[in-house]
Design a protein around this ligand. Structure first.
Ligand SMILES: Cc1cc2nc3c(=O)[nH]c(=O)nc-3n(C[C@H](O)[C@H](O)[C@H](O)COP(=O)(O)OP(=O)(O)OC[C@H]3O[C@@H](n4cnc5c(N)ncnc54)[C@H](O)[C@@H]3O)c2cc1C
Length: 565
């Protein structure tokens, strides 16, 4: 049920679990544990809509503002969290992402691929993204599976990405949670700090503030931070009454290893010699789920050439450059509302002149029929439907396609978030973000392009042109994905190497857990949300088992003991 802050002063209420954060992770976890019979209080800072104050609370300092987006740009404080903004691309991590790779420092997860992969089917259901099937040979059985006919082999393979509606998780689970008598959803309630017992081993209570700024204490036997990667880190750093460096930070690991993904157009694929060879468009499966093919440098490639994990997909020419002579791209550019900020930021807006604007207008004027056909399609498949066409995809008149890469960022302890001197309206310190790119990041992505170019040309399917100098500076300066916040509470066997244990429990604190991409020790090539959901569902199972064994009077420590060995 949805409750107000009066519930916090009632002594007849007790909860097994407090989940803080009503985004994809928190709502999925609350729904899962609630359905197993636990009594849950879910605290969410925002309400049904984002407010100016909520947004203001998220801003912070940046060490390199030209490179990293403003902190209030790709996050939101409202029920549903960032799932109100996301694009819905659902991709699992690959098996190799969990391995220790000797060419990537600090790689390797303390849990195996199977352990997380077991939760991907349920995560796909939560995200309304269809079957947990990503192999084009099965998905497109009986028809063509390759993105570029003749290219797939040991080194390069076509894989599939699937798309959520995109699901707003409050719309997905809100009605069910509102009618539940075990799950209490308390909006407009901000977590300010976590209070530990004097020996620091247990969370005793939370300090929270309601809409009017009144502060309350709340208690339960177990707590889950589902605040998004950056805010979970901020609250832990700011909770310093017992632990001067913050909670989970005895070994100075909290806030380090901050990763995103690198994504930009890295080259141009010229298919003019075999235009029919390319299957670049979206398709829908029997459930109506949108799918798209992309290229992946296989495990064999990664091991042989010591590369990061990386994928490529055909993309649009820069809509800001009127030389494309395409009415749809010009219209997209001129009416930015068609384009999400994340992608708009990458367009060449800064260099656009008045003459360019006139050329865009001319592009539109000479192709009115193409534009109106597109507008009708967009209205039907994007605006007036809940399952939305994920993005604009256009056939290229000259069969040349920009190739967008989406690459893993390497773990780097100097890439970090700390607390700023500045504070928000609740007097909580803001974040200071110092996101850093290693030479090895740049070099690995450039070498991956070289390998793909070699394969494209060896197989004779076309040509790939890459300006390596331009690519290198783009990776450093313009390729961060703004909405992926990974690694700052990384999972490790011991507290010397991370913040949470393999059960996502904060090291040294018996009853505090994290559900977020911040626990991921490596980012892989995949967008994070499907893995966030898998981790949340796995944590739900763990908390359910833990509550049963606590109720039976015998806390099951076997998994933890195994993890610490
Ligand atoms: C434009 C855009 C496109 C994206 N596209 C994709 C995509 O295609 N595929 C993909 O996998 N990912 C994508 N992402 C990333 C995806 O949105 C996030 O990975 C995901 O939504 C994170 O979910 P979360 O629940 O961990 O965190 P959040 O969604 O950030 O939820 C955290 C919640 O906690 C609340 N909160 C924060 N602080 C407090 C506090 N102190 N007290 C109480 N509550 C608090 C917030 O209000 C919020 O509701 C995209 C992101 C953006 C911005």
């Amino acid at each position: 049920m949805i409750v107000d802050s009066s519930i916090l002063s009632r002594h007849d209420q007790s909860f097994d679990l407090i989940v803080i954060g009503g985004g994809a992770a928190g709502l999925t976890l609350a729904q899962a544990v609630g359905s197993k019979g636990l009594r849950v209080l879910l605290l969410e800072a925002g309400g049904p809509r984002e407010t100016r104050e909520g947004r203001a609370a998220l801003s912070g300092e940046l060490a390199a503002p030209a490179v990293h987006p403003a902190l209030d740009l790709y996050r939101t404080r409202a029920l549903g969290g960032t799932s109100r903004l996301w694009g819905g691309r659902c991709i699992p991590l690959d098996r190799i992402d969990f391995d220790r790779r000797d060419w990537i420092g600090k790689s390797g997860w303390p849990v195996g691929y199977e352990e997380i992969a077991a939760y991907y089917p349920a995560a796909m259901t939560a995200a309304e993204a269809g079957a947990n099937e990503f192999d084009p040979a099965s998905v497109f059985a009986g028809s063509r599976s390759e993105l570029a006919a003749g290219l797939d082999g040991d080194l390069v393979r076509t894989t599939i990405e699937r798309f959520s509606r995109p699901t707003d998780f409050w719309r997905r689970f809100g009605i069910e949670l509102a009618s539940s008598n075990r799950i209490y959803v308390l909006p407009h309630t901000r977590l300010l700090s976590i209070r530990l017992t004097s020996n620091g081993s247990v969370v005793e209570k939370l300090v929270v503030a309601d809409r009017a700024g009144r502060q309350f204490l709340v208690r339960a036997s177990t707590y889950v931070l589902a605040l998004g990667g950056l805010e979970a880190t901020r609250v832990l750093l700011a909770s310093r009454d017992v632990k001067p460096g913050g909670i989970g930070n005895d070994f100075d690991q909290l806030g380090r290893y901050y990763m995103s993904h690198f994504c930009a157009n890295g080259g141009t694929l010229d298919m003019s010699s075999s235009p029919a060879a390319l299957a670049f468009d979206y398709q829908r499966d029997s459930e109506g789920i949108y799918l798209r093919r992309r290229l992946w440098l296989t495990e064999t490639s990664q091991r042989l050439f010591r590369l990061p994990n990386i994928t490529f997909r055909t993309h649009l020419p820069d809509p800001g450059d009127p030389a494309h002579r395409n009415a749809i791209l010009s219209a997209m550019f001129l009416s930015k509302s068609f384009v999400q900020k994340e992608y708009a930021a990458k367009f060449s807006e800064g260099m656009i002149t008045r003459v360019d604007y006139l050329r865009h207008a001319r592009n539109i004027a000479v192709q009115p029929a193409a534009l109106s056909r597109f507008a009708a399609m967009w209205l039907r498949r994007r605006i007036l439907t809940r399952r939305k066409l994920p993005s604009v995809v256009l056939a290229s008149a000259d069969h040349r396609y920009p190739l967008e890469f989406h690459a893993e960022q390497l773990p780097n302890s100097d890439s970090r978030v700390t607390l700023s001197e500045r504070r928000d309206a609740d007097d909580v310190p803001r974040l200071k973000v110092d996101w850093r790119v290693l030479d090895a990041d740049v070099e690995g992505i450039v070498r991956a392009h070289r390998l793909l170019k070699r394969e494209v040309e060896r197989t004779g399917i076309g040509h790939l042109s890459v300006d390596e100098a331009a690519l290198s500076s783009c990776i450093r300066d313009r390729s961060i994905v703004g909405g992926h916040h990974i690694g700052t509470t990384r999972m490790s066997v011991t507290p010397q190497h991370g913040v949470v244990d393999p059960d996502c429990r904060v090291h040294g604190v018996d009853n505090l857990f994290i559900a977020s991409s911040s626990v991921m020790p490596t980012s892989g090539q995949a967008n994070p949300t499907l893995t966030i959901l898998a981790l949340a569902l796995r944590l739900a199972d763990h908390l359910h088992m833990r509550s049963r064994s606590t109720a039976a009077g015998s806390v099951d420590t076997s998994r933890r003991a195994a993890a610490l060995r």
